[in-house]
Design a protein around this ligand. Structure first.
Ligand code: NAD
Length: 290
């Protein structure tokens, strides 16, 4: 029998943990706050920001939005960004991507205080994902996948996991987290030869490629766990993932739907990371030198 892994159930569980941590913070007079930083008016960035602000506010978390014109000078932006970074009332920063080409993204990310980096973008947090440090802040999407696997009690030790997609924000950090859980991981990309061969023996397939119907019947063995991170749209504008859901659903043991799977958890994970960040900041806050 197939279990549909419902993002809203995982989000509800995490929301309970967030509520407890938030109440504890308030008891100590701390009101955790996220600063959203966006340059320009790109639709995807705006919709993600709006969804995240709505989710955080529903959880009772304060937000502040900093919007810059697409042609803001690098100097003016960096001056303000430093101010936000050093503001003691800001516990978490989310820099919306992409940023315009004239802004040196690498420099901005390196400037960000790692203990405010609630979407795991800084080299310090990337390094901590590599070593599996407990005080790491991971990128939210791979963290959401790991939360689903944990919630549904999927054993990873010694299991064969195929990750399809190797980007710095999803596939690569996810691969490291899975290795840290002692899985045997195969990570594929656009140039991987014979994707069916890399998937058909996998106990767990996680697809984060952004290619509709990439994973079909031939890729999935009976009883496999299938997690679909992909977001694609049909000609009619319907949101679908990378997996041919109807073709594989009945042969899987667990599967995430799209929508309603991974995407339904990421903004709650962002809030969860804020609570972790706020906790780390109980220690004296260190600022990286420019
Ligand atoms: P990306 O374009 O940066 O990386 C895609 C990766 O997939 C690359 O490594 C590429 O080589 C690989 N790939 C692409 N086509 C492939 C193919 N046909 N076969 C094998 N590998 C292939 O994308 P990303 O930012 O990592 O996002 C991946 C997908 O996840 C997108 O659909 C994106 O919209 C989605 N996404 C979803 C969430 C969520 O909350 N559900 C969050 C972030 C990204």
């Amino acid at each position: 029998m197939t279990t549909i892994m419902e993002g809203k159930k995982v989000a509800a569980y995490l929301s309970g943990e967030i509520a407890d941590a938030l109440a504890e913070s308030h008891k100590h007079g701390i009101n955790p706050k996220v600063a959203f930083v966006r340059i320009g008016e790109l639709t995807d960035a705006i919709s993600y920001e709006n969804a995240a602000v709505k989710r955080l506010e529903k959880l009772g978390i304060e937000t502040e939005q900093y919007h810059f014109a697409g042609d803001v000078s690098a100097k003016a932006f960096l001056t303000k960004f430093r101010e936000i970074n050093e503001d003691y009332s800001v516990n978490g920063i989310l820099l919306l991507q992409p940023v315009p080409k004239h802004i040196d993204m690498k420099r901005v990310v390196e400037l960000m205080n790692p203990i405010k980096d609630i979407d795991g973008m800084t080299p310090v947090n990337m390094g901590k994902v590599l070593t599996g440090e407990p005080d790491r802040l991971e990128p939210c999407t791979p963290a959401a996948v790991m939360e689903i696997l944990k919630f549904y009690d999927i054993d990873l030790k010694g299991r064969n996991v195929t990750v399809v997609g190797a980007s710095a924000v999803v596939g690569k950090p996810l691969t490291l987290s899975l290795i840290n859980r002692e899985a045997t991981v195969t990570t594929c990309n656009l140039y991987t030869d014979d994707l069916v061969d890399k998937c058909r023996n996998a106990d767990v397939i996680i697809s984060a490629a952004g290619a509709r119907n990439l994973i079909g019947d031939a890729h999935v063995k009976a009883g496999a766990v299938v997690i679909d991170v992909g977001i694609n749209f049909t000609e009619e504008g319907r949101m679908v993932g990378d997996v041919d859901y109807e073709a594989v659903k009945d042969k899987t043991s667990y599967i995430t739907p799209v929508p309603g799977g991974v995407g339904a958890i990421t903004t709650t994970v962002l809030a969860y990371h804020l609570m972790m960040a706020t906790d780390f900041q109980k220690e004296p806050v260190l600022f990286l030198e420019d």
